[in-house]
Write a protein that binds this ligand. Structure first.
Ligand code: PA5
Length: 437
């Protein structure tokens, strides 16, 4: 299970449940808060039907049979969850039998040209994911990939290699999927992008990559059960409270730090989850991430002695599935015999403890989120834990955790600059702004 560990005194203070905690908790659990039409994720682990899970597994197996690489096209919540889980669970340096690669999460021309070259000589399938079905980045990437796929395999065969995940009725992707008769999975109406990893959005790419989605769902289910009870052991409530405590006490940045590089994309997913859910109405902690010890040699100086505007959350795995011991050298030429016989895990743990103590001494409050092992079950637990914490934390801030109105601003400007029909007024306005540059 997920364990949240913090300074004993603060833990005692924050663990005590008061009326406000009760009220915030009920808002989420009983669906009385802002954005309550987007609470489908809350019961997803329990509610996801056997039919859907079975269909996802069948499609994953079908794609595995016809493709070496699977291109997942999507941006934000439509790809980060899958990428976070796949990269956390994948063994380093082993090219997976069915490699998931990503597109449509930016607009780089070089990336797309390189990808299309790679696909010239690779058997591939495409999973295109967009809840709105209108997001520009995945739409443009899919247009190019669809053309490539049809040219390479012929239109009829390309159909077998394309799967769409989108809204049940709205959006250009849904229209295209229906017209072209692509296999399609539905993103439930009441689940927003960044909370959608436990729907086909995350589960299909994860299953294609070869992981057991039932274990992930079981982990999430266990965490759902655990967090549905309001008591002092509710780790999501504690985490949400400590975040808001430090925000109210002058910290404006939360650094999610880990000594495990496999968490790179989990941190990216976490950044989106909290950043997009809380950063509105001029409120919210700025979520950022660091991977140690790598970043201790780039950002460690700032963490130790820069502006004291952050607190740090360490994400740790207690046990490793591997053992690697430092060998003894009779001549001790590298002067490392003092650690001979120790495992890298032990040394990494000492680096972590040393860092926590150093940063505390330097005025950075710290807390720890621990899981016992890193596997499908615990990653499911962690996902649900962070989602639940985020809902509570945003309600503590009095913001809607489930909308993202600010994301529209750059899109409006981009469309105006690209002369999209309907954006003529914005194009004129933006011209004045450009002239001032
Ligand atoms: O959390 C969100 O809602 C967003 O990050 C979306 O997932 C992202 O903007 C992509 O949207 P869509 O799935 O509609 O293409």
């Amino acid at each position: 299970m997920v364990n949240v560990v913090l300074d004993k005194q603060l833990q005692q203070k924050l663990q005590t449940i008061d009326n406000r905690d009760e009220e915030i908790f009920c808002r989420l659990q009983q669906g009385t808060g802002l954005g309550n039409d987007f609470l489908g994720w809350l019961h997803l682990p329990q509610d996801l039907s056997e039919d859907i899970v079975g269909a996802i597994e069948n499609t994953a197996q079908r794609l595995q049979k016809i493709a070496e690489k699977i291109v997942v096209v999507g941006i934000g919540g439509s790809y980060l969850g899958a990428r976070a889980v796949i990269s956390a669970l994948q063994t380093n340096f082993v090219t997976p039998k069915h490699e998931v690669i990503y597109a449509g999460n930016h607009l780089s021309q070089d990336y797309m040209v390189d990808l299309l070259h790679l696909l010239d000589t690779t058997d591939y399938a495409i999973i295109v994911i967009s809840k709105s079905g209108t997001t520009t980045e995945p739409a443009v990437a899919f247009k190019l990939l669809k053309q490539h796929c049809e040219q390479k395999y012929g239109k009829a065969n390309a159909k077998e290699r394309i799967v769409c995940i989108t809204d049940k009725e709205k959006g250009a992707l849904k229209v295209m999927a229906t017209q072209e008769q692509y296999e399609t999975f539905v993103i439930p109406d009441n689940v927003g992008g960044r909370y959608s990893v436990l729907t086909p959005v995350g589960l299909l790419p994860i299953a294609v990559a070869g992981f057991n989605i039932r274990n992930i769902l079981n982990g999430a289910k266990a965490m759902q059960k655990n967090l549905s009870v309001l008591n002092e052991n509710n780790c999501a409530l504690l985490y949400a409270k400590v975040r808001n405590y430090w925000l109210a006490n002058g910290k404006s940045i939360e650094v999610l730090a880990s000594f495990e590089p496999r968490f790179y994309y989990l941190i990216e997913w976490w950044k989106q989850l909290f950043g997009e859910s809380e950063g509105k109405n001029n409120k919210g902690l700025f979520p950022t991430g660091l991977l140690y010890t790598t970043d201790l040699h780039s950002m460690g100086q700032y963490m130790q002695q820069g502006q004291r505007i952050m607190f740090e959350t360490f994400l740790s795995v207690k046990q490793s599935g591997n053992t690697c011991q430092v060998p003894f050298d009779e001549n001790n030429l590298d002067k490392l015999n003092f650690i001979a016989g120790k495992t890298l895990k032990e040394i990494n743990e000492k680096a972590e403890l040393g860092t926590i103590l150093a940063h505390q001494q330097g005025g950075v409050p710290t807390l720890k989120i621990e899981i016992e092992t890193l596997d499908e079950q615990t990653i499911g637990e962690l996902i649900y834990f962070f989602e639940f914490s985020c809902g509570l934390s945003a309600y503590m801030l009095e913001v809607n955790p489930f909308d993202q109105p600010g994301v529209e601003s750059y899109k409006t400007n981009m469309f105006a600059l690209l002369n999209k029909p309907g954006y003529e007024k914005e194009a004129k306005e933006i011209q004045t702004q450009i002239e001032r540059l």
